[in-house]
Design a protein around this ligand. Sequence first.
Ligand SMILES: Nc1ncnc2c1ncn2[C@@H]1O[C@H](COP(=O)(O)OP(=O)(O)OP(=O)(O)O)[C@@H](O)[C@H]1O
Ligand SMILES: [Mg+2]
Length: 395
Amino acid sequence: MDPRTNPYSPGAGLRPVALAGRERDIDVFEILADRSGKSLSSRSIVFSGLRGVGKTVLLAELAGRALERDWLVVQIEAEHTSPDHFAAAFAGELANAVRRRRSWLGRATDKVKEALGSISSFQASVGVQGVSLGIDRIPGRADSGRLQFDLVDLSESVGSAAREDHIGVVVLIDEMQDLTEEQMSAVCRSCHRAGQANLPWFVIGGGLPNLPTRLAAAESYAERLFDYRSIDRLKDADALYALTAPAIEQHVTWDADAAGFLLGESGGYPYFIQQFGKSVWDAAAGPGSITLDDATFGVAEGQQQLDHGFYASRWERATRAERDFLRAMAADGGAPSRIGDVADRLGKRNSNAVGPARANLIGKGIVFSPDYSLIAYTVPGMADFVRRADPADER
Ligand SMILES: Nc1ncnc2c1ncn2[C@@H]1O[C@H](COP(=O)(O)OP(=O)(O)OP(=O)(O)O)[C@@H](O)[C@H]1O
Ligand SMILES: [Mg+2]
């Protein structure tokens, strides 16, 4: 059928036509915001899940909802490759968010002046130039150069100005597992202080499933600080909606067996539903309906696309020793592997011998450590891919 009307959107952070199965997560934010309007406090929120489950899309949805409420919205993507970038990104995004609030720049109350001055000081201390707020720095505010003090200063001053103005501040941090322990601790402290002073400063984090553990390692109280929500594959009814609703908008229906086949193959993972949906649509004869034949052909095509993109991009970044490690994990069929078992399968005497490969693969974001002695793929379906993509000549 016509690719011009193809309603599916496989990709990183691409908004789906039908955002399925996240109503409760969205509600948690709406309740937080409504409560904040009544000066009632709430915990900040952390979403965690595997690659491709829809964390970025969900954060973007919440950013949109916060903007509709005229809140200050600070959006940051953490990058493990350049941890120094975080403070500067924070400063720049915060200044930008404030600049969009014209009333703060025009009619500055004392609290607003204090907030703008603190942001200016913070910007200067982390070396960000160019975003002027028209207010002089306030020496001694948010400019210590130690993030754990400076973010607390910012949460106090910006949070107080926001409360006075009956709005809130939401800081969205995607790929949050890539923050350093010090940065995580600073973020936790800013929320902690805001909570104690009942200031409307909230962090919404998105990251891999090891994010809650990493936060707990950074600050012991982190487990009580956030509302941890796991973002996972979609339930059957939600997966069906994600697949069929976009087609119905184009007056196209999925035959029940075709939809059932595709959803089975997708395992309910949002990214796979989008990829398979797109490939099937393009391959389908049409018009008006999608048959099991279309689905069978299109899913095979979609699988190839995943193999060449989603999986291959990770496999190709792994060295020979790291691929051996990934292969040894595949025997567990996608469930977390014990490091000791991986070492055994590779004929190593103990877990330390596979330490470097493990650490490098974590650094590359291909695996994560769900627990001290365990290791797991960050992408669903990787075990099957490794088995498929395991040409004998590579060994
Ligand atoms: N709730 C949903 N319903 C339908 N499709 C969705 C949903 N959430 C995400 N998608 C689709 O899934 C794909 C992946 O979404 P997204 O990039 O947000 O995932 P992610 O969890 O951030 O992945 P990564 O960990 O790789 O950053 C996109 O193609 C998006 O359109
Ligand atoms: Mg993402």
